[in-house]
Design a protein around this ligand. Structure first.
Ligand code: FAD
Ligand code: 2HG
Ligand code: ZN
Length: 496
């Protein structure tokens, strides 16, 4: 047994033993059990083979799990979790392991329950657009699945090639379509969840309307695996738009973003589907690391930031006309809000413009180690927050090639969500201490959220109080205790 600091005191969990592996062998086939423990029946895997499960996407958090289990059915998940609960083995549910707050990897040697082998579509109704899928389905594969029926997923994000729908639900991921289709709290119609004692909560309904008391499934959306394991998801997929266009606009000043947003909303109204922001430093990094095609350097000289506007609508000619009219109006204005605008002319250009925005995270990780702050603040203060963080690091003497290389801002303007990324040569305590609580206090001064869409994970448990009051945190603890009295489910995440 080992101690894991939870709520400031050590809680004791059992390490996975050979006897546990023997039990898991009665539940799962040998290839679904990856363990470094020297079992008689199966050759142990080399510890390095577990690295991809123990290390998070950023290379910032590393666990020491000895065992990864890959069940294929809800029944298998239930049997595993029941056993772990009885034995007090802590469990980390893992999807595509693309989370950005250290929630998907163990803090110590918790067992990793990977949903990767639960990847079947259970049903799709082309009339209602309701999709029921195993939690381990990769988001891109679901997009591909519904495409021939002329439907799309209500969510899209840069990690779509690896993240699971179960992981998306568990983190309540926002992404690039939230402006148009809203959050998963609205699109998810039902869930199947294995509770920490192994009970299966079957709320996998596909009803649009169901006011029959407390809406329990909502608790699991954004719970980051702390209340149970999501095994099935029912969600509403919207019809694919008949036409999608995008344009990237270069702005001379950040101050123009707000008036531009108002103008764009008014001009494009029902066809506006995304309004995304990249500051100059983020744009330069995306270009440097080959994300999308750079705009003509002369056109973007002096541009302080960029906005990507997407339209999705029902008639191509109508949408194109609206967009070109808007562009003409913006460029022809007496005091133009933009320097230039590049309208995509082909599907390849459409993707390339998106890549400039979507690819910033990838570019940042190629450039160095990222400290990520995913915050909700009023749009007017996006630039102030980036600038004051840069200034603060400068005062601390931490700016330079061997410490902090860049401070960049990008994100979802339409949702008031800024991604503040501090790109450093390495993760160091000095940088960490300079950034926290500085950033959280800044966010709190705007009554903002310290986590707009990525969650709390292991990264922000200590900072939850900046965005949640004591009453709310106390209620969260009570809810956790009801669902998971032994605290086995992703301990040390969300709540300390
Ligand atoms: P994981 O990383 O495996 O897990 C995330 C959390 O959910 C963990 O706490 C884990 O325990 C829990 N979990 C996973 N599966 C289950 C399950 N079946 N049951 C219970 N708990 C589970 N996020 C956004 O919100 N918007 C974005 O635009 C966005 N873009 C991204 C772009 C890139 C390039 C990357 C790397 C990440 C991005 N993210 C974004 C972060 C992110 O949260 C997601 O990628 C995604 O939702 C996580 O899904 P996953 O399957 O990888 O989950
Ligand atoms: C995005 O919007 C993602 O691109 C990732 O949420 C943000 O890496 C980040 O900080
Ligand atoms: Zn985002």
């Amino acid at each position: 047994r080992h101690g894991l600091l939870v709520r400031g005191r050590a809680r004791h969990f059992s390490s996975v033993s050979l006897a546990d592996i023997d039990h898991f062998r009665t539940v799962l086939p040998p290839h679904a059990i990856l363990t470094t423990l020297p079992t008689v029946a199966t050759a142990p895997v080399a510890p390095a083979e577990l690295d991809q499960y123990n290390r998070d996407w950023m290379g910032k958090y590393t666990g020491k799990a000895t065992t990864v289990l890959k069940p294929r059915t809800t029944h298998e998940v239930s049997k595993i979790v029941k056993w772990c609960n009885e034995r007090e083995i802590a469990v980390v549910p893992q999807g595509g392991n693309t989370g950005l707050v250290g929630g998907s990897v163990p803090l110590h040697d918790e067992l990793i329950l990977s949903l990767a082998s639960m990847n079947n579509v259970r049903s799709f109704d082309p009339v209602s657009g309701i999709l029921i899928a195993d939690a381990g389905c990769i988001l891109q594969s679901l997009t591909d699945y519904v495409a021939p029926y002329n439907h799309i997923m209500p969510i899209d994000l840069g990690a779509k090639g690896s993240c699971h729908i179960g992981g998306n639900v568990a983190t309540n991921a926002g992404g690039l379509r939230l402006l148009r289709y809203g959050s998963l709290h609205g699109s998810v119609l039902g869930l199947e969840v294995v509770l920490p004692d192994g009970t299966v909560l079957d709320q996998l309904t596909s009803l649009r309307k169901d006011n029959t008391g407390y809406d329990l499934k909502q608790l699991f959306i954004g719970a980051e695996g702390t209340l149970g394991v999501i095994t099935g998801v029912s969600l509403l997929t919207p019809p694919a738009p008949q036409a999608s266009n995008n344009v990237i606009l270069a702005l001379p000043h950040f101050d123009n973003v707000q008036p531009l947003y108002r103008k764009v909303k008014r001009a494009l109204s029902e066809i506006l589907s995304a309004f995304e922001f990249i500051d100059r430093a983020a744009y330069d990094l995306a270009v440097k690391h080959g994300q999308g095609r750079a705009l003509n350097p002369e056109d973007v000289e002096g541009a302080e930031c960029f906005v990507l506007v997407e339209t999705s609508g029902g008639r191509r000619e109508h949408d194109e006309e609206k967009l070109t009219d808007l562009l003409a109006e913006l460029l022809g204005a007496e005091k133009p809000l933009i320097n230039t605008g590049v309208l995509s002319q082909s599907p390849a250009q459409f993707s390339s413009l998106w890549a400039l925005r979507e690819g910033v995270t990838e570019a940042v990780s190629k450039e160095g180690k990222a400290y990520k702050y995913d915050i909700s603040i009023p749009l007017a203060h996006f630039k102030t927050v980036v600038d004051s963080t840069r200034k603060h690091l400068g005062v601390k003497g931490l700016l330079g090639d061997h410490a902090v290389k860049h401070v960049v801002g990008y994100g979802h303007v339409g949702d008031g969500n800024l991604h503040l990324n501090i790109v450093a040569a390495a993760y160091t305590d000095e940088i960490q201490d300079a950034l926290e609580p500085f950033v959280y206090e800044l966010v709190s001064s705007y009554r903002g959220s310290i986590s707009a869409e990525h969650g709390i994970g292991a990264m922000k448990t200590h900072a939850l109080h900046y965005s949640k009051d004591e009453v709310s945190i106390a209620l969260m603890r009570k809810i956790k205790a009801i669902f998971d009295p032994r605290g086995i489910m992703n301990p040390g995440k969300v709540l300390e």
